[in-house]
Design a protein around this ligand. Sequence first.
Ligand code: ADP
Ligand code: MG
Ligand code: MG
Length: 890
Amino acid sequence: MPTYVYEFAEGNKDLKALLGGKGANLAEMTNLGLPVPPGFTITTDACRYYLERGQLPEGLDRETADKLSALESRMGKRLGQPDDPLLVSVRSGAPFSMPGMMETVLNIGLNDESVHGLAAQSADERFAWDSYRRLIQMFGKTVQGIDGDLFENALESVKHDRGITSDVELDAADCKRLVQLFKDIVAQQTGGGFPTDPREQMDLAVKAVFESWNAPRAALYRRQERIPAEAGTAVNVCSMVFGNLGMDSGTGVAFTRDPATGQQGVYGDYLPNAQGEDVVAGIRNTVPLSDLEKLDKSSYDELMSIMATLENHYRDLCDIEFTIERGKLWMLQTRVGKRTAAAAFHIADQLVDQGMITLDEAVTRVNGDQLAQLMFPRFDESAERQRIGSGMNASPGAAVGAAVFDSATAIARAQGGEDVILCRRETNPDDLEGMLSARGILTSRGGKTSHAAVVARGMGTTCVCGAEELQIDVANRTLTSPDGRVITEGDVISIDGSSGEVFLGAVPVVSSPVVRYFEGEVHPDAEDADDLVRAVHRIMSYADSARSLATRANADTAEDAARARRMGAQGIGLCRTEHMFLGDRRQLVERLILAETQEEQEAALASLLPLQRTDFVDIFEAMDGLPVTVRLLDPPLHEFLPDITDLSVRVAVADATGADAQHDRRLLEAVQRLHEQNPMLGLRGVRLGLVVPGLFTMQVRAIAQATAECVRAGGDPRPEIMIPLVGAVQELEIVREEAERVLREVGDEYGVTLETPVGTMIELPRAAMTAEQIAPSADFFSFGTNDLTQTAWGFSRDDVEASFFSAYLEKGVFGVSPFESLDVSGVGRLITTAADEGRAARPDLKLGVCGEHGGDPASVHFFHKAGLDYVSCSPFRVPVARLEAGRAAA
Ligand code: ADP
Ligand code: MG
Ligand code: MG
């Protein structure tokens, strides 16, 4: 039978899964010899057992009794002992931080008798009665499930009767009265009453903490933060210390460094004569922690030295809850603290300087999401800002625009060239167009998996969701802040998708110094370079030296290629060629599609050839010396033709007015002929190469000629030709033979040898499952994870995010969109199968990934483990991929 109860001294910080974060760290502090009020922890095992079977595990009762009596003899008093009671807190503590989500009950052990005993221990009996009324209130609310407002209302009425406004002004008589009123509420609401037996109080509180694991808000939070639902919570029973015994007592929170900037110094808040919860509840104004030095020098000095001990021990920023009882300092909690993205880089950098961690560890202390956050433009912090409220930071960025309250207005105003912020109570698929035309999206309802949040992240649009304190009235087109300010349609607002804040007016936006650094505009060794840039540079350099995955970019213009290179791309992993058929060139594509004779067709292709060649020359020059993987045309041809409705209208109008519509009519026929029910599964990719004569040949010729020209000009072009949407090796063989013929022909013409690799994308399940057959004909595989996800799940990626993904996320089918982060167990398996079988058939096979997953932190770790050679993603994500590849290898 497992042990279900651990004394603090029996645990340590590595037992988080069993003892929860709070319990493990209380144990660690106890063993470091720090002043922790004694107590014990009931394990998450016990919680899981209880939640699964609805009863406590056998033996728990006995173990709890043993640990309690050990605690009692150590403290020299019994729980609830009438003349001098031991009181305890029953505190939840999950393995993952879930701030404010679960319950804690203080002052357990008080009843009608022991309250007198406690009163006798201090000069003023108010303290005892105040503690008692707090217990009944907290216990009633969290353990007995009574509506908290009932207690609040009673409290208000007592204060009103006495003509006072704050809780501190309540005297002993008031508190006694409240105890009676609260007991009446409990009796009324439960039919029973407030339990007077101290052990029963404790046991009920323990069960309530267990049950709070499944409270709706906790379950929702877990789903949003991807915390496993089966982890369970531990319960800490901790002897009470009192910060509300007078002015020589108090309670506070502290950080060993500034969690906002990472700066070293004294950070925290202190509240004299108060119990722990008062600080968080913001009932009274706190003083800065540094003031404690004047109030109680010896506790202050001890706290400073404990903070140094904790930092040295955890080798990281810690946050702390402490209480001072009559000049004696007690540590109530510590953990490695949350911090902003900038602070994470600063702290990692400083800790290396201080010799506390190695660079290897430093890269693990930051992550790609934090780096990405630092790369977004942000609001100028030195500018004056009028904050009107906040919600959840659903999709990062800083957006400024006119507030609009419906999709149609968003579209209309955006078309008129105005920046708009779409404000909705919540969004649904009908809002999609409006969301697309908005700079930012603000909702007052829904969490990080709501429709608005999911779609905004998918589109890369700034979004603040669930800003409940802002009243959004769509009918009247107004937004009202908690302090009553009314924003009407057209008023400019600014939303910060990284912090969740909403501001009135246009807050100036500044570009990120980190991006300027990656762009080569600021140098880390320059005298005026900021510390953040220096820290990022140091950590990135180390990540680069550690990683085994190369990072390439998806880029299809020389400009993007150059930017990608500055961002650290080691080549292009995906150069799409479709944009080379757009703009003015559409006409040529139309000619190609409408061609009736072979001559017409050849002529159309011949006029596209030089244009493509120049495009390639520019890109090869920008990426000189580095590989450029060019994908032959992928999308269905009808995408290059006008919209079918537009065309029909044009033809109809021409017919009515007697104008010449011959060209349009032929186009319309072509569009109808090419129309497919399911174009993403239709005539595209390699299928075009096999069916449209001359198309791929022209593209290969353009690549070959561009390469030869660059070589002649003294350059070092390194193209790779990539065939999309291959499902069978035969398709690849046909295209490959023709490509090799053209490469030889052009090579002979120019008198250069062209050793251009020809490879394939693996983006259909069939290709992945027949990798062994395909590999001998492919110089490389590049996993097209967007299409592979689409085809493996049968999800249309253009539709699902806006239609049912938020419901799927809400129901927990998956914790994150498989288009955002690779589905390791399904799509990932296709990738490892193809990689392993491909390499078995052809050991020198080069393996890469193109698709947005190449810049997603979790996916990069998977690709590293799968043994791929490189990932490729959009230029802006390249730094993220570099960092994560370094972390994966570190
Ligand atoms: P949370 O996880 O929400 O921070 P805690 O269990 O830390 O909840 O407790 C809530 C508040 O009660 C904190 O401010 C904490 O300092 C205080 N507290 C908890 N246990 C004790 C105790 N034994 N003595 C005094 N204060 C306590
Ligand atoms: Mg706490
Ligand atoms: Mg594809």
